[in-house]
Design a protein around this ligand. Sequence first.
Ligand SMILES: Cc1cc2nc3c(=O)[nH]c(=O)nc-3n(C[C@H](O)[C@H](O)[C@H](O)COP(=O)(O)O)c2cc1C
Length: 245
Amino acid sequence: MNLADPPPFRNDADTPTQAEARRVMDAVVKSRTAVRAFLPRPVPRSMVMDILDVARFAPSNSNTQPWFVHALQGDAKQRLTEALMRSHESDELPASRHFPSDLPPSCKDRQADFGTRYYRTLGIDRDDATGRYRQTGRNYRFFDAPVGLIFSIDSRLTRHSWLDFGLFLQTLMLAARSRGLDTCPQVSFVRHEPVILDALQLPAGRTIACGMSMGYAAPDAALNRLDMPRAAVDEFASFLGFDEG
Ligand SMILES: Cc1cc2nc3c(=O)[nH]c(=O)nc-3n(C[C@H](O)[C@H](O)[C@H](O)COP(=O)(O)O)c2cc1C
């Protein structure tokens, strides 16, 4: 992308370019889902580079760009997976808390709904703690995606910068989607932060934000069709001071 390119959009008219951009943009956003089964088809380094080259245009507070990415493939990815699987199987590190214990009811309901859909699709019973734990381990194999991404942030940074990181991740996922690739963002890696810091030889003062699997989705996998529902706009937005229309 070249910042010197003239913008294809005019503010004063609904041009054909703009209408097409809107159609494509909406389709890319709505077709992004968390994919957890991938084809063995490799992803070239140049494509990962292209995606990161778009993602870097994500906005950040005072343009601080607080993200760092390790992109892993082949032996490098395998070595990290093996270290993570050892840690997962030893079950020694404290569980990382994904949510507070007083999770708001709406979030709690949605989390429960996610769990029901996810484990039902996998045929894992609600009470089968071993099966669920085994499935959690699939995260550390990057769900067999050809590319594994690990995202880190300076440990001194606070929630404003974490917000920036979220924008970066979504921009990256959309750039991947528009190239026919799929992704799964994964906080599951956070529990094993010491293992990752060591394996990737990250300097002191880095925190693992999350990981991500990236590759070509396996089209027939039921796991890739969870169809996670979304609340309607009037459930999360209120409009003040607008005229009708
Ligand atoms: C920050 C973040 C962390 C996530 N961590 C995991 C994870 O560790 N493992 C996993 O299988 N899915 C993970 N997900 C995927 C969510 O479960 C998924 O985005 C959500 O259920 C909505 O489904 P959709 O992305 O398919 O629309 C994560 C998503 C986000 C945004």
